[in-house]
Design a protein around this ligand. Structure first.
Ligand SMILES: NC(=O)C1=CN([C@@H]2O[C@H](COP(=O)(O)OP(=O)(O)OC[C@H]3O[C@@H](n4cnc5c(N)ncnc54)[C@H](OP(=O)(O)O)[C@@H]3O)[C@@H](O)[C@H]2O)C=CC1
Ligand SMILES: CC(=O)N[C@@H](CCC(=O)OP(=O)(O)O)C(=O)O
Length: 350
């Protein structure tokens, strides 16, 4: 039987992107679409890019409207998912795009989100080593933050192979849709266009513990991450530039003749069976424009022999692979469907 899918937060950026993907998903049927302030409005009033669903009426977001579905996507502000999820059927698949269930350490949650920790769900990043087994048949999934998706997928092969020291430095630029449509002064077009600025500098961004959690798990030891996010004057996309010092043994090989090929071979092997990760040919670099609207992750790696550092660069669309695409991919994995169903590797360019 075709799974019936509800989308909570259907009036938002992430909810709208989930619906865009589900309209081309051959294995699901769209059920309730819900919202908060936009409840009772037509979807066409708030998501003009979805003409096929324009006549659907947004219902209020509540357990009553979401129950009775096989799959429920929650695309709500942080903190709203946990109380709602408790009221949903235990055997429905609930996929949360918010942060409520991503972190394992309650102290991390308290420090970065300020409230009580609601728990930890299987993490919706199928490419993370060992994660597919955890997702298959799962009834609750926590979709990663957009920066953690871009950074973890760029760096995990280096940590899995023991190539680098457990201290990474990441500078990542994101399009403004990553912040949602909240009318903060700093997101006005006049403030954002033609200008770039960092934020959350000095370990203050809430994705820092998520990055540490992911990379430490792969490395088998605690990995610290110095993470600096940057707001870029574009609607969508994340470009993450990640680096880590090569371990002395690895550096000797990686910085010598043919070393970069050996490093590439590690990444090629790690990504070999991944439908959405593309290690670019030597000399080509990831660009956000090339992955727009797709579930693709572009990656490139280089060895800086002088600094003895490994550089890994990735590009994703924050709303597709960084949220809604990752959510649909994880749903597919949980339901035992091909992971690529409803998801494209082709971007929209120029
Ligand atoms: N934007 C991105 O790139 C990413 C977002 N996410 C996560 O996805 C979630 C949604 O983000 P995004 O779509 O950007 O945010 P939006 O602000 O665009 O959408 C939020 C949605 O939640 C609804 N909503 C607002 N307040 C409440 C409330 N109190 N109770 C129930 N529903 C409410 C809104 O309804 P209405 O508009 O009708 O009031 C809207 O549908 C967040 O947790 C975010 O962190 C994750 C990764 C990346
Ligand atoms: C540009 C921008 O503001 N981006 C958001 C990240 C959005 C996201 O993926 O994260 P969550 O799901 O954890 O909110 C931020 O830095 O807060």
């Amino acid at each position: 039987m075709t799974p019936r899918v509800a989308v909570a937060g259907a009036s938002g950026y992430a909810g709208g992107e989930i619906l865009r993907l589900l309209t081309s998903h051959p294995g699901t049927e769209i059920g309730a679409v819900t919202a908060h302030r936009s409840a009772d409005r037509h979807l066409g009033d708030v998501q003009a890019q979805l003409p096929g669903l324009a006549d659907r009426v947004l219902e209020e977001t509540s357990a009553r409207t979401l129950r009775g579905h096989d799959v429920v996507f929650l695309a709500l502000p942080h903190g709203q998912s946990a109380p709602l999820a408790r009221e949903l059927e235990p055997d429905a698949l609930v996929v949360d795009c918010g942060a409520d269930f991503r972190l394992r350490d309650p102290a991390d949650w308290k420090r970065f989100y300020g409230s009580e920790h609601a728990g930890t769900w299987p993490y919706g990043l199928p490419e993370l080593p060992g994660q597919r087994a955890e997702l298959r048949g799962a009834s609750r999934i926590a979709v990663p933050g957009c920066y953690p998706t871009a950074v973890t997928l760029a760096l995990f092969p280096a940590y899995a192979a023991g190539l680098v020291e457990p201290e990474a430095v990441v500078v990542a630029a994101s399009g403004t849709s990553g912040a949602g449509p909240a009318p903060g002064q700093h997101l006005l077009g006049a403030e954002v266009m033609g200008s770039m600025t960092p934020y959350g500098v000095g370990g203050g961004h809430r994705h820092t513990p998520e990055l540490t959690q992911n990379l430490s798990r792969v490395a088998g030891e605690r990995v610290t991450v110095s993470f600096t996010p940057t707001l870029a004057p574009m609607p969508r996309g994340i470009l993450a530039t990640c680096s880590a010092r090569l371990r002395p043994g690895a550096a000797a090989g990686a910085c010598g003749d043919g070393g970069e090929e050996a490093v590439r071979a590690v990444f090629e092997a790690a990504y070999a069976d991944e439908p959405f990760i593309r290690l670019l040919p030597p000399g080509r670099w990831p660009s956000t424009g090339a992955v727009l609207g797709s579930n693709t992750v572009q990656v490139q790696v280089a060895v800086d022999s002088e600094a003895r550092r490994l550089i890994c660069v990735s590009a994703i669309d924050n709303l597709t692979k960084g949220t809604a695409g990752g959510a649909v991919q994880s749903m597919n994995a949980a339901l035992g469907l091909p992971e690529w169903l409803g998801l494209s590797t082709n971007g929209v360019a120029p």
